[in-house]
Design a protein around this ligand. Structure first.
Ligand SMILES: [Zn+2]
Length: 80
């Protein structure tokens, strides 16, 4: 079992059909905090963080979002 698969559920919560496990990982950036808005209305490097997003290719639902720090820690633990 690969690292990212170990972080993912076994089925889509939206499709909820047995045997439908067609997911796709992508990486993107999101605001690091939704609590504090940027001062001048523009995000800077320190205002965003990297996340890995697992989406269902059947219905486009977001299945899970994993912080890149979690992925990095798991890679280190697994000896990569
Ligand atoms: Zn789905």
């Amino acid at each position: 079992m690969s690292l990212l698969n170990s972080l993912a559920p076994r089925r889509c919560p939206e499709c909820d059909e047995p045997g439908v496990f067609v997911f796709e990982w992508t990486a993107t950036t999101v605001p690091a905090s939704y609590a504090a808005a940027p001062v001048n209305g523009r995000l800077t490097y320190n205002d965003v963080k990297c996340v890995f997003v697992l989406g269902c290719t059947s219905c486009s639902a977001t299945v899970v979002v994993v912080d890149a720090e979690t992925v990095a820690r798991r890679l280190t633990e697994d000896g990569f």
